[in-house]
Design a protein around this ligand. Structure first.
Ligand code: 3EB
Length: 353
């Protein structure tokens, strides 16, 4: 099956190239996320862009992850959410500070309140514009593993996120969006998302308990995400694989061993890809044809993680490495991937076979 090049394309470009493209009036960008530490605010008129304070592990310049579409695009703003949409897809993003909003919601933490109100705004926007479902959420906020108000911040985030799904009458199990949640170095709660007018299918991993069914030892509310989402647009399949960690069943495996954790992540991704292929006869997703983003807790683990990734995939890989805290303290690495769309023109530096 051919990639949906006309419908959706992913590219990673240095910020200088994105700004040049914007100046030259290059059309087609839907939106994106720029990564650098310390953060550099990147702004392009009409383009929804997050600037996330997260260190790149290769390259000296801020890198922008940009989604493109060849549809006719239009931009808008709703309750602080910047978005841009074509006929079939919408990319949006927002940044929220953790402030006195909490008082409005009663007894809850500022992060929980910021999360709940942010997600409610996203749902309002999408409901008002006729989008059936969200394919993918990217969540970034500082101090994911820090405890405040007697609760780890990632768990506060999970409560706010689930509350928003419930208050909008959305299911919190089954067909929920793919997602990731990683620690930025600083800044507010930052959320990017891709939504489609078509109905996606949530994919689960037979090796893992669904995250929305995690037992209570992982927090008072389960995280609301699917292992992947799969959508057919104009007869072509698009796959968004959530952040994937060294978890089998519901337990973290290989604590302290980043190489083994990386291999376990990749076995999990392979299982999700197999499941997606089983659900979409003819899609034929292959590990070597996906775009990967790898979040590493300790920057000194880059060499081991890259080595394992290359060995596992066995071919040049489209990949970007970032330094980020992962949402369980014993997780050292998390890997996300997507496929079915056109891939970055630049293969990750130094990742040839
Ligand atoms: C896990 O499998 C690892 O809360 O949105 C991965 C992907 C993880 C998404 C989220 C969390 C999230 O539980 C952590």
């Amino acid at each position: 099956m051919k990639p949906t090049g006309d419908l959706l394309r992913l590219d990673y470009l240095p910020v200088s190239r994105l700004l040049r493209q914007a100046r030259d009036g290059a059309p087609g960008a839907l939106g994106g996320v720029c990564f650098f530490h310390p953060v550099i605010p990147v702004e392009v008129a009409g383009l929804p862009l997050l600037s996330v304070d997260m260190a790149l592990l290769e390259g000296e310049e801020a890198l922008c992850e940009v989604w493109y579409s060849e549809e006719v695009l239009a931009s808008g703003c709703h309750h602080g959410i910047h978005y841009r949409e074509g006929e079939t897809l919408l990319f949006g993003c927002l940044t929220r500070n953790e402030t006195a909003e909490s008082t409005a919601l009663g007894a809850c933490t500022p992060l929980q309140a910021a999360t709940q109100t942010a997600y409610e705004s996203v749902f309002e926007l999408l409901e008002s514009r006729g989008y059936k479902a969200i394919l993918r959420f990217w969540n970034y906020f500082p101090g994911v593993n820090c405890v405040s108000h007697n609760l780890e911040r990632y768990l506060q985030f999970n409560i706010g996120r689930q509350n928003a799904f419930l208050s909008h009458g959305r299911s919190v199990i089954g067909n929920v969006p793919a997602a990731c949640a990683l620690g930025s170095a600083d800044g507010g709660l930052q959320i990017a998302f891709l939504a489609a007018r078509a109905e996606p299918v949530g994919i689960e991993n037979p090796r893992q308990i669904s995250a929305y069914h995690y037992p209570e030892q992982y927090g008072p509310r389960s995280p609301t995400f699917s292992r992947a989402s799969l959508v057919s647009l104009r007869g072509r399949a698009l796959l968004f694989i959530s952040g994937t960690a060294s978890i089998v069943g519901h337990q973290t495996l290989h604590a302290g061993d980043v190489g083994a954790q990386t291999r376990e992540c990749l076995h999990n991704i392979a299982a999700v890809v197999a499941e997606a292929n089983r659900r979409t006869p003819g899609a034929g997703f292959q590990l070597g044809d996906l775009a990967y983003k790898v979040y590493i807790r300790h920057r000194e683990d880059l060499v081991s993680v890259r080595h394992e990734l290359l060995r596992f995939i066995g071919a040049p890989v489209s990949v970007v490495f970032l330094q980020a805290d992962v949402c369980r303290v014993d997780l050292l690495v998390e890997i996300e991937a997507s496929g079915g769309h056109a891939l970055p023109s630049l293969l990750g530096s130094g990742v040839g076979p």
